[in-house]
Every structure is written in C-alpha cells, then in structure tokens.
Design a protein around this ligand. Structure first.
Ligand SMILES: Nc1ncnc2c1ncn2[C@@H]1O[C@H](COP(=O)(O)OP(=O)(O)OP(=O)(O)O)[C@@H](O)[C@H]1O
Ligand SMILES: [Mg+2]
Length: 245
C-alpha cells in the first residue's frame, strides 16, 4: 500500500509543487512507484514541471466525478519511468469531495509506493480535504518571517487534526532577502518557530526555476538536486545527511 503524503505551506510560492516534482522524480529514480495528485483547482503547473503538458487530457475532477477511469488521467513523466501525475482540475471552482478522494487514494494505493498530494497554499477548503486523506505531511517554508509564522499555524492545525507525522522542508535557503527586508538567518530558529522536525534543507538555485519550467531533471551535481534526493531517501527511512549547504 502506498504512503499518502500531503505537501502543504501557509504562504504561496514557497516550492510545494517543485518539491513534489523533484522529490517525486528522486523517489521514482530510486525505484519507488510514485504518483503526484495536483489539487490546485484551476491552476496547473506540475504537467510542465514533469514534462507531460501534451499528455494531459483528463484531470483529477474527471476521475473523482467518474467521468473517466483513473488510468486515462494518469500521465507518465519522462523524469522517471516510475513517476506519474494526475493534473489539477481545470475548473477553478472544483472542490474535491473527501469521500471520493479517500476512495480514489485507497484504490490507487495498491499500485503505488508513494502518493504525493500537491495542495494550494493556505487554509482553504481543499487544504482540509487533502489533509484528511494523508498519512504523512511535508510542510514547506522559506526562511522568511511571514512564511515561517504562517507555516507554524498550518503545522498547529495539522497536529490538532491528528496528522502527527509531519516533517519540515526549508527551501530556497541562501536566496537574497528582498531589498530592505529580512530573512531568518539561523535555520534552528525556523525549526523552533514551526515546531516541526526537519527532513531537508534545499538551497536556492536558479537551475530549479529553469529545469522545472522545461520539465527536466536537475543536473546531477546540483546541490538542490542532492537535497531533494536526500529528502526522498529520508522519506524511505534511510539515514542520510540533512543539509547540503
Ligand atoms: N530551491 C529553489 N531554488 C530556486 N527557485 C526555486 C526553488 N524552489 C522553488 N523555486 C521557484 O519558486 C517558484 C515557486 O515554486 P512552486 O511553484 O514550486 O511553489 P508553490 O509553493 O507550489 O506555489 P503555489 O503556492 O503558487 O502553488 C518557482 O518559480 C520555482 O521554480
Ligand atoms: Mg504549487
């Protein structure tokens, strides 16, 4: 049975979808059958990140509403032969029904080792639905004070709902603070503020932007790529280095 992992954040644009794509690719390359479920209704990105833009005909809403069999909506990524995607609903107003999502994820669990659920930022209705079906969570933050405070709020809500297997990814570490703004320099302070156990630290690297916009894997020597591979390895229970800085 697959592990079902929800990838969340408080603030938007912190790297949830990039994490799903890159950790998903690393899991796939390690031989783990991995399916990404994209739930940001009306807003897609993972099809481009996974290089399957031309394969996307049916989406998550078609599967949940019984308009097609799951297999018809599953795209196969060239990043890894074990990496698949069901794209986000095209309709911006679509909200997955919790029972339908539970039924779908349970059914798909027989065919995969990992299901990664990419969620929209924030605490909207789909956050509540997606977090209810997951066994584990990944909270993505950047070392920005607002992002960390919002992330802590998300973590509290997840703990309250009983999702205790939650791990923290600190992304875009080393990016320049905005002009006149600030970032939190000490990663221990980020961990303390969110009160979530760390699973990985990913450096800011321009190649993450270019590779994900082209649907390509990161180059093998890139530190961010190694950081995503280490997160995948730790999800599989392996003891590997936390930070790549
Ligand atoms: N480690 C990184 N280094 C550099 N750029 C990154 C890194 N991680 C993500 N990015 C870039 O940050 C931007 C936002 O990333 P992404 O779309 O993955 O965030 P998100 O949390 O899914 O956003 P949303 O909340 O809108 O769904 C993208 O341009 C992506 O390429
Ligand atoms: Mg996203």
């Amino acid at each position: 049975m697959a592990q079902i992992i929800v990838v969340t954040s408080g603030k938007g644009g912190v790297g949830k979808s990039s994490t799903c794509a890159m950790v998903g690719a690393a899991l796939g390359q390690a031989g783990m059958r991995t399916l990404l479920l994209e739930t940001d209704s009306g807003l897609r990105g993972l099809d481009i990140m996974l290089g399957v833009e031309d394969q996307t005909v049916y989406d998550l809403s078609d599967v949940l509403l019984g308009r097609c069999e799951p297999i018809k909506a599953i795209a196969h990524s060239p990043l890894s032969e074990n990496l698949h995607l069901i794209s986000a609903p095209f309709d911006p107003g679509f909200l997955p029904d919790q029972k339908d999502l539970v039924r779908l994820t349970r059914g798909l669990s027989y065919y995969y080792d990992y299901l990664l659920i990419d969620t929209p930022a924030g605490l909207g209705a789909s956050f509540h639905v997606c977090t209810q079906v997951a066994d584990r969570g990944l909270l993505v933050v950047t070392p920005d004070p607002i992002c960390v405070r919002d992330g802590a709020r998300v973590a509290d809500l997840l703990y309250e709902r009983g999702l205790t297997d939650l791990r923290l990814i600190i992304n875009k570490v080393g990016s320049k603070p905005p002009k006149g703004g600030r970032i939190i320099p000490d990663l221990d302070d980020v961990i303390d503020a969110t009160r979530v156990q760390l699973i990985g630290v990913v450096p800011y690297e321009e190649q993450v932007v270019s590779a994900t916009s082209l649907g390509k894997n990161l180059s093998s020597g890139l530190l961010a790529g190694q950081a995503f591979r280490n997160i995948a390895a730790r999800l599989c229970g392996k003891q590997v280095q936390l930070a790549m800085l």
